[in-house]
Write a protein that binds this ligand. Structure first.
Ligand SMILES: C[S@@+](CC[C@H](N)C(=O)[O-])C[C@H]1O[C@@H](n2cnc3c(N)ncnc32)[C@H](O)[C@@H]1O
Length: 203
């Protein structure tokens, strides 16, 4: 399919999408917010006073959600890209996988945190299998980082792609966390292999 035909299809899909329209009305930067909202409502993730790390945060709707929902929260967001300033959030531009970024995050909190959320995804290459492998690597890196920074009763939420690396992710998550669930919110497009892993309580 030609490139401009793909982008026309994408624009038409966005126009029809109820979550896109809702996010505009409610002032969120992306429809992705409704995935996190549904996860939060089902798995009771956030509590007032929580410290929260948002990995791969741009354009910022997950950070907007926690900033509004969680009173007296301490929140840090990181992304490779710049994104607009969000109230009550410490925003870092950088590659999460760099040691320098990890140190900045740890230094900001100084002590262990309550929740790590990651919606990180690599730029797509067009090869679905390769994209899923690359995004899975980010998920595993985020999970290993969470092991270092989370409190014992901490929670970890991450985007995953159902594919060849799924079993490895589940295997790793079971080594680190006592509770592990996989959930696909209604707002996650049906034709996408995207899903989310919800982990609680460090081993
Ligand atoms: C699906 S978007 C996140 C959407 C976001 N949750 C929201 O609600 O607006 C995925 C993001 O992951 C970021 N990302 C990918 N690899 C990253 C890395 N190594 N470090 C930091 N951010 C990364 C991308 O730049 C992109 O903005």
């Amino acid at each position: 399919m030609k490139k401009n035909k793909i982008s026309k299809n994408w624009i038409n899909k966005q126009r029809r999408d109820v979550y896109v329209r809702q996010s505009i009305v409610e002032g969120y930067n992306s429809r992705a917010v409704y995935k996190l909202k549904e996860i939060d409502e089902k798995f009771k993730i956030f509590k007032n006073g929580n410290s929260i790390i948002d990995l791969g945060a741009a354009p910022g709707s997950w950070s907007q959600y926690v900033s509004k929902k969680v009173k007296h929260a301490k929140i840090l967001s990181i992304d490779l890209l710049d994104f607009e300033k969000i109230e009550n959030i410490c925003q870092i531009k950088g590659d999460f996988t760099d040691d320098v970024s990890k140190k900045k995050i740890k230094d900001y909190f100084y002590s262990k945190v309550d929740v790590v959320i990651s919606d990180m995804a690599v730029n797509t290459t067009g090869n679905k299998n390769l994209d899923s492998i690359n995004t899975s690597e980010l998920c595993i890196e985020a999970m290993n980082f969470s092991k270092e920074v989370l409190k014992e009763d901490g929670k970890f939420i991450s985007k995953i792609f159902m594919g060849s690396t799924f079993n490895e992710i589940i295997h790793e998550s079971k080594k680190i966390f006592k509770e592990n669930k996989v959930f696909k919110p209604a707002a996650s497009r049906k034709d996408s292999k995207e899903s989310f892993i919800i982990c609680k309580f460090l081993r």
